[in-house]
Design a protein around this ligand. Structure first.
Ligand code: GLU
Length: 471
């Protein structure tokens, strides 16, 4: 919480700023803004010591203008109804902004997963899935959960298995949830998708000379200094891709301490250190930051909040020194902080666009589960033979001979991983171009966030028009 207004109200404020720049009927705008359904669940779960605990959980379906609705399930002690509704609204706009044909949803279970054994987490996940099923809040055609803060592939496999046992013989049952392990109907490239999407989105923004000149920056990623808050799945993969492309990740902040190296941290080595010790703290290639120092306030080119909402507030916003903020988390900047940062000239690449890589690849996973075939399985060999024929023809006319090694590289057909990355890059690049075009058309009246929301509202309004509602 920002201390002033709720998370939902903040998202609504972003929505209202954009809605005011459209000419849609106010009742249509009200329909797009509201959360359509929210269900609160309480259910008992047996702890390993035999006691019974009553668990609170929520699922919100914000917009049914397209089905299924889509969005993660988080495990966090801070989950509440307002948060789940706000995050579901962000999912609606996220999907529309990157042209993923889903409505928005979100679920949350109010637990701190560190306090539960694996068996207990399994019982909680399976029981929540059963409750979602009873209320028709899960299914390949109605509502499809995914990982979020505090959940991952393991929880998704429990959800899939529970749903499948309740729907014996349903052909498309595995499409009831995404982010599953590859062996259980998941897709290659889903784990790193959000972080890779963040990288593609920031790279797109950094490629526009006009915008970089205004910030006093050169184009490109190489050499840029980056600070990342959060080193979970999203933060880690974001750091990894920036590092691989020549950026200097100078600081990483985690809940148990922040580390700093002005020459750039070695991300693979840091990951090994974390795997060995369980924490990024005391990594030999870095200095620990003091308790009173905030990594968010370090001087850098790009600041990436990649943990939870409301970390950049009106209190710390004036001290932010980054030129670009890439919102990898959902809702990291409060509405008040957003106004302050805009006045300071910071380029904010908004969450509803920037972290859409996860849901984009979830969409590909859902398509894979519905088609029951791995992407690339049919065409990979055919492509390879075609490339080979072409290269042989080139050899014929040029008298050049390729080595077997060169032939192998040049004739490689696309496998599932290649196709997922290609689809993700295309999605993020196209969406950024769409958002920037709207920003240019609005001629100084809107920042990137408002422009992204304008695009989303226009696309959703079109759906209602096509359905014959609010024509
Ligand atoms: N939890 C992720 C998000 O907030 C992914 C959602 C999904 O894949 O459905 O975007």
């Amino acid at each position: 919480m920002s201390g002033t207004i709720s998370f939902s109200k903040q998202v609504n404020r972003f929505f209202d700023n954009a809605a005011a720049l459209t000419d849609h009927d106010p009742s249509l705008l009200a329909q797009i803004r509201e959360c359509n359904f929210v269900c609160r669940f309480s259910f008992p779960v047996e702890r390993d010591n035999g006691s019974i605990e009553v668990i609170s959980a929520w699922r919100a379906e914000h917009s049914n203008h397209k089905l299924p609705t889509k969005g993660g399930i988080r495990f966090s002690p801070d989950v509440n109804e307002d948060e789940v509704c706000a995050l579901a609204a962000l999912m609606t706009h996220k999907c529309a902004i990157v042209n993923v044909p889903f409505g928005g949803a979100k679920g949350g279970v109010r637990i701190d997963r560190r306090n539960y054994s694996d068996r207990e987490l399994e019982r909680i996940t399976r029981r929540f899935t059963f409750e979602l099923y009873r209320k028709n809040f899960i299914g390949p055609g109605c509502d499809v959960p995914a990982p979020d803060f505090g959940t991952g592939a393991k929880e998704m496999s429990w959800i899939a298995d529970t749903y499948q046992s309740l729907n014996n013989g349903e052909l498309n049952a595995l499409a009831c949830v995404t982010g599953k392990p590859v062996e259980l109907g998941g897709i290659r490239g889903r784990t790193e998708a959000t972080g890779l999407g963040v990288f593609y989105g920031v790279r797109e923004a950094c490629g526009i000379a006009e915008d970089m000149t205004k910030l006093g920056l050169s184009t490109g990623i190489e050499g840029k200094t980056v600070v990342i808050q959060g080193f979970g799945n999203v933060g880690f993969h974001t750091a990894k891709f920036f590092h691989e492309h020549g950026a200097k990740v100078i600081a990483i902040a985690e809940y148990d301490g922040s580390i700093f190296n002005p020459n750039g941290l070695n991300i693979p080595a840091l990951d090994l250190h974390r795997q060995e010790t369980g924490s990024i703290t005391n990594y030999p290639g870095s200095k620990m930051m003091g308790k009173s120092e905030s990594a968010l306030e370090l001087a850098c080119d790009i600041l990436i909040p990649a943990a939870l909402e409301n970390v950049i507030t009106k209190e710390n916003a004036p001290r932010i020194k980054a030129k670009i903020i890439g919102e990898a988390a959902n809702g990291p900047t409060t509405a008040e902080a957003d106004e302050i940062l805009n006045k300071m000239g910071v380029l904010i690449i908004p969450d509803a666009f920037l972290n859409a890589g996860g849901v984009t690849v979830s969409y590909f996973e859902w398509l894979k589960d519905l088609s029951h075939v791995r992407f690339g399985r049919l065409e990979k060999r055919f492509e390879e033979y075609s490339f080979r024929r072409l290269l042989t023809a080139v050899e014929g006319v040029t008298e050049k001979r390729f080595t077997e090694e060169m032939l192998k590289v040049l004739s490689q057909g696309a496998d599932e991983h290649d196709l997922v990355r290609s689809g993700l890059e295309e999605t993020m690049s196209t969406a950024y171009v769409e958002i920037r075009e709207t920003k240019c058309k609005l001629d100084g009246k809107a920042d990137l966030r408002t422009s992204a929301f304008v695009n989303s509202i226009n696309k959703i309004a079109l759906c209602y028009g096509d359905m014959g509602i609010f024509p």
